[in-house]
Design a protein around this ligand. Sequence first.
Ligand code: AHG
Ligand code: MN
Ligand code: MN
Length: 325
Amino acid sequence: MLLTHWLATHCPAGPHFEPMTKVIAGLAKAAVQIASHARLNGLGGHDYGQAAGGQNSDGDAQKALDVLADQLIIEALAGGGVAAYFSEEQDATILLDAEAGLVVACDPLDGSSNIDTNLSVGTIFSILPATGDLANAALQPGRNQLAAGFFIYGPQTILLLTVGKGVATFCLDQDGQFQQLSWQPQIPETTSEFAINAAYQRFWPTKVQDYIAQLLAGKDGPRTRDFNMRWCASLVADAYRILRRGGIFLYTGDSRPGYAEGRLRLIYEANPIALLVEQAGGAASNGADRILDLQPDSLHQRCALVFGSASEMAEFTKQPEHPAR
Ligand code: AHG
Ligand code: MN
Ligand code: MN
């Protein structure tokens, strides 16, 4: 089934139905273009991994593909249905059609450090109901999301999408159409695989130090089995793997300056990933509270993000904060 047909038959009926189908189709159109640029990086004089000269609000140097992806999405959303657009790459709100009923928050290009290493990158999106104060309409808890998902640009370009009734997946075919896959993600309850950037181990809170030490102890330690580790430095790639085969992902706060709340942003990274993960039977928290219940204070605020297989999330959560030494 083509994405357009799936949208027409699965988006929830009601006032948001028509704009929702238009917005997701618009995001898919932008994703086809972004995928093409990522695939042809280095040809025609283009170097999409190079610095674009600007910084985003988080102080990250913007890559050329960050900026291009953001522009392609804005153009696609100008097609209607969106009152306001919020982006990792924009300091302020982009007001579009004040009468429209939806707002969209985006990480236009996730995993930017991987653009010139030929590793998977992606576009993460969150669709919320528009509120009266459009400039701050993204400041809603993630449980309000009407839809969320991400495109991953890798060996395959795949869309993972939820409109609140499970997760559907679509693969970009050779004709430039998104075709539905039979895979409907259900995260395995248990796992023996974790994802964390171990380079920052000395900065982690005690709880994370102790939890990871138990996994590294393997069958000789309290977990009595060996674990494997993966870290892609692309949230979409780690999330895709975990949605496919289970796992636990951790990017918590740490003692580095500016990392008290970790690195990932609540509104356009943690919330959409958390909705997909919960819809696929997993769990997502900031280490203590459910991600989807967090009330954002500002557009680019960071939050600790731990997500994955439900029983492993319970194992991490029950880990004491400061065990007796
Ligand atoms: P972005 O490229 O949108 O800034 O996101 C990068 C994020 C996320 O994709 C990934 O999980 C994390 O940064 C990697 O962080 P480290 O480089 O600190 O490992
Ligand atoms: Mn990102
Ligand atoms: Mn990004």
